[in-house]
Design a protein around this ligand. Structure first.
Ligand code: WT7
Length: 649
């Protein structure tokens, strides 16, 4: 394999926080003495009561327990805001770029952020929200989303953001699972010139929730919504009346900061719980080092706050570092394919962080939309969410980076809180498609998938596990610690199991090969095949369904659904359309199958287990390596599926 490497330029390395020698030295120190390493960095946070204990963690199945700085007391919002007031009160904390390019951008200073967060926190307090209470946030990418998160942190409430693209049903599930007392939403979410009626989704969701749940509504577009007296509250009006002061509550290091639901290979989405101190420390440190963030830089992460990337690299990481962070309400391709680059030019963005799916979509539009914009402020490019194919990497490098900028391909997960495998831009020579090396304190291991043995040779391929804890690690699954242990610590005892396959090359570089469980990655968003299946079988015309991923040019993976209809039901295009609509309303637009194939029968073992391996191959149009089909109850179904797949184009 030809592996071109891209070392950092001498100039970049000289000005970077971390160069190659420093990386080696700090990495070795962080593994040899994790307590010393993390305590040293944690002391840079603002503590109300300093910690005396650093690390108290166990990965032992049956006894998984993760605590960092457990006797320390601090407040996350105070660390993200108040701490900076004296030195940078008038500096912009958040640049808000609205969906409509004609509408004015907002520059919110640290002082203004402080005032808005305090007012918001006082509104929450007036609704009876207390420390530990859960607050669900279902908002567009607007400043109020940042205020809401930080207001919760300020009073010790636990936020749980639900991506605005999820349906009313998905929202109701998350409100109920977390036992939230308040839902924060907006009238409408404008994106790409169209408006999603968030409030009416919220209304539909709340029909399935306790009538004690209050609904704080941001009047954002001014669009008309129904209004339920006594339940719905006009947030902006309340904020105007609220006091601009609200003391930050002292929180224990291990108090939960937020819950974020994510898909797994089985059942309902899991509520991933993150801590206060450890999470903040990890988000802040990875933001500073991995993007080589320097004071005065403008940082732009294009994710939505509804995903963990938005939590760690739009809000908590950047603000912990006193950065200027950009929040963008729109989409990359509206009004046209130059929007991202127009925004970079307009706000003189220095670090730009996006997903391979966006790069591929923009690559398809050619160079012109990029080249007409002035990108001279850019110093670094980043990617996240899925493996980046070399073509997309090269285009990003050449067309956007003009061959001069470091590209950081950051591998991590909702569960990890921040990057685990990533280049350090002043230190690491990159290879297109590889997320390169571990961050400080991270001990990746590759295990043989069947024996579970650690492969100690440098060159290795198997499943990716992590040997020991780091501060940003999730602490539990909300309300179900057993599921936490079962999911991450039971297949390979003593390790954190990531669910990813991985290869390590002769230089010790890591290459993620994709999920090894029944999770697919659609446009950088994680989707459980089981979730889509259960949505499909809930339709009255569907007897059975099996969902797998298949390679998709733009999305990375697409959703391929095999559907068996009920006896007597006709396999029509109208039904296909209806099923698409059905899945959208059960989960959300991101779960809509790209291809639905009618399957009179599914390949099953004699014990009735669906053989997904075969379904995956057929979806991939790979009919020659189906493997052993002799254990199938009825091998003929495979031929039938292949015929139908071939007819599909
Ligand atoms: C899964 C986690 C972490 C923020 C976005 C997704 C895949 C993530 C990379 C990368 C290859 C990647 C993995 C991982 N993934 N980043 N740089 N290269 N694969 O978060 O929804 O929790 O998904 O995304 O498969 O397990 P998530």
């Amino acid at each position: 394999m030809s592996e071109k490497t891209y070392p950092p330029s001498q100039e970049f390395a000289e000005n970077a926080h971390i160069d190659a020698a420093k990386y080696d030295e700090m990495y070795a120190a962080s593994i040899k003495d994790p307590e010393g390493f993390w305590a040293g960095h944690a002391r840079d946070l603002d503590w109300i009561e300093p910690f005396t204990k650093v690390k108290n963690t166990s990965f032992k199945h049956g006894n998984v327990d993760i605590r960092w700085f457990e006797d320390g007391v601090l407040n996350v919002a105070a660390n993200c805001i108040d701490r900076h007031l004296e030195t940078r009160g008038d500096q912009t904390a958040i640049i808000f770029e609205p969906d409509d390019p004609e509408a004015a951008a907002q520059h919110i200073t640290y002082k203004e952020l402080h005032e808005n967060v305090c007012r918001f926190a006082n509104v929450l307090l007036s609704q009876g929200i207390m420390r530990g209470d859960r607050v669900v946030i279902y908002l567009p990418m607007i400043p109020e989303a940042a205020y809401a998160m930080l207001a919760c942190a300020r009073i010790g409430a636990v936020h749980s953001i639900v991506f605005a693209g999820f349906s009313a049903d998905a929202l109701a599930n998350r409100i109920n699972n977390s036992g939230a007392k308040v839902l924060i939403t907006a009238d409408e979410a404008p994106r790409g010139g169209r408006k999603t009626a968030l409030k009416s989704n919220a209304d539909a969701a709340l029909l399935h929730c306790s009538d004690k749940v209050r609904c704080l509504v941001v009047k954002h577009t001014g669009g008309q919504t129904t209004w339920i007296q006594g339940r719905d509250i006009d947030l902006k009006a309340q904020m105007e009346q609220a006091s601009p002061d609200c003391p930050a509550r002292p929180m224990k290091a291990e108090d939960p900061l937020f819950i974020l639901y994510t898909s797994g290979s089985t059942g309902q989405p899991k509520g991933v719980v993150h801590s206060s101190a450890g999470y903040l420390l990890y988000a802040g440190l990875t933001h500073k080092y991995d993007f080589d963030y320097h004071d005065g830089d403008v940082f732009w992460c294009t994710a939505d706050v509804g995903w963990v990337t938005g939590h760690s690299y739009i809000i908590y990481g950047p603000l912990a570092n006193g950065a200027t962070t950009l929040m963008f309400e729109g989409v990359p391709t509206w009004p046209d394919a130059s929007r991202f680059w127009q925004v970079c030019e307009k706000h003189k963005v220095n670090q730009f962080y996006t997903a391979p799916t966006a790069i591929r979509a923009l690559m398809a539009q050619g160079k012109e939309p990029v080249e007409k914009c002035d990108l001279s402020a850019l110093k670094l490019l980043g990617t996240v969410g899925e493996p980046i194919n070399p073509e997309a990497w090269n285009w990003y490098n050449e067309v956007v980076g003009k061959g001069k900028l470091p590209i950081v391909d950051t591998w991590w997960q909702t569960e990890t809180g921040g990057h685990l495998l990533t280049p350090l831009p002043g230190a690491t020579a990159t290879k297109p498609g590889s997320c390169t090396k571990p961050f400080f304190g991270i001990e990746p291991v590759i295990l043989d998938a069947t024996s579970g043995e650690e492969i100690t040779e440098t060159e290795a391929e198997g499943v990716l596990c992590i040997k020991d804890s780091w501060p940003g690690q999730m602490r539990t699954v909300y309300g179900d610690h057993e599921r936490f242990e079962q999911t991450y610590f039971s297949d390979y005892k003593g390790y954190y199991f990531t669910g990813d396959g991985c290869r390590r090359d002769k230089d010790g570089y890591y290459w993620i090969t994709g999920r090894v469980d029944d999770v697919i990655n659609v446009s950088g968003h994680r989707m459980g095949t089981a979730e889509v299946e259960s949505a499909l079988v809930a339709h009255p015309d569907v007897a059975e369904a099996a969902v797998v991923g298949y390679p998709h040019d733009i999305k990375g993976q697409g959703i391929y659904a095999y559907v068996t209809v009920m006896n007597g039901v006709e396999e029509t295009d109208a039904l296909r359309k209806d099923l698409e609509k059905w899945v959208r309303s059960e989960i959300g637009p991101i779960a809509k199958p790209d291809i639905i194939q009618w399957a009179p029968g599914l390949p099953k073992t004699r014990s009735g287990k669906i053989m997904r391996r075969i379904l995956r191959k057929i979806a991939e149009n790979d009919f020659d390596t189906l493997g052993d089909t002799s254990t199938l109850a009825d091998p003929a179904v495979v031929d039938d599926l292949i015929e139908k797949r071939k007819a599909q184009k």
